[in-house]
Write a protein that binds this ligand. Sequence first.
Ligand SMILES: [Fe+2]
Length: 442
Amino acid sequence: MTVTEDPLAKLPFHLRGNYAPVQTEVTTDELSVVGDLPPELDGLYVRNGANPKSGRSPHWFAGDGMVHGIRLGDGRAHWYRNRYVQTRALNEPGARAIGADGSVDRTVGVNNTHVIRHAGRILTLVESSFPCELSPELDTIGVHDFDGRLDSAMTAHPKICPVSGEMHFFGYGWAPPYLTYHRVDATGALVQSEVIDVPGPTMIHDFSITETQVIFMDLPVVFDLELAMRGTMPYRWDDDYGARLGVMPRGVSGVQPRWFDIDPCYVFHPMNSFDDGSTVVLDAARYPSLWKADSADFDNDSVLHRWQIDLDDGSVTETQLDDRQMEFPRVREDLVGLPNRFGYGVSSFGDEAGIVKYDLETGDAAIHDLGPGRLPGEAVFVPADGAVAEDDGWLLLYAYDKAADTSSFVVLAAADPTAPPIAEVPLPQRVPFGFHGSWMPA
Ligand SMILES: [Fe+2]
């Protein structure tokens, strides 16, 4: 008997199963809808992810950016397209973000993490580099550096204030200045940049805003030059760095954040934050630690926690709000920085996963279960026209069917976690598990 080894078994998780990249850029307008697509969903749902063109990448976060978009309107799915973000990293074999002399070129990046729209521009984002602009048909227009005013990388998680229309963001790097805050006005002009003092270079994936404050997370996943020289993910856990939240007033120049020590942990993604009188509330998916052994380790569960920072007496409390594993938390876009009752995330349980809906008022949580072997990606909430209740609307996502090895676009009724999907669009090609996306109304 010959024993044959499965060559795929040797691949890291991020190149296997539905993490594996797809090789073809597809355009189709022949899409069927199962169920009823709400006609008021008139726009583009687009999601970014890592899709290494070579088929290999050293880390989950390192693959070339590929967006998957579906155009909806009139109760129909007009088209589906997946497109590589045509970055310099993809197209210029010699292009390096970090030169041999240590110089940094922010025009070179994989732009694989998020895709947003602000001031009419669709921007693909990755935290090492400048944004890259796309057309509404998902063709790449080119690097966007805010008319040359951006002098740092740009996080993949800017926050667009639903009240002012401003976009707040930051950039971090391994060389000083380690952290820079930026504000772009509602017309897309970069109008404020502030260097933020932090003790060292840490991996800062996301941040949050309230109506009056900006909140930074300086957590103990630190830059390691030795790892960088090896060409691997250059960040690791550091027991000695400490952990702190920084609260900085919005709309003021030249003011550093007030820093508040917290127990060491890691957060990729806050769910939301808001002002509660003189207390700042921050809800986030908290890992007890990250990358202690190495950066391939995602085995620690992230769980929803709340920090309450009292700006009057300087105290911070930390509360675990749930016990489920959860990542990719989202809220209604028009409640970013404002009090929210509901939040939505992807929760894994055993080999299965669903969309968990949190009710932060009652403390309840419920799972939108897509059925056995059907695994969802990040869900984006879209309010119904004229919605009164906060959860009156839809959750849009891509889901993967393990047994069939196929993907579909799914619309869930956010208010009813027990209801089956109200609409599904089977897709002509598998959509690999990715990162973040947006709904862009027409
Ligand atoms: Fe992220």
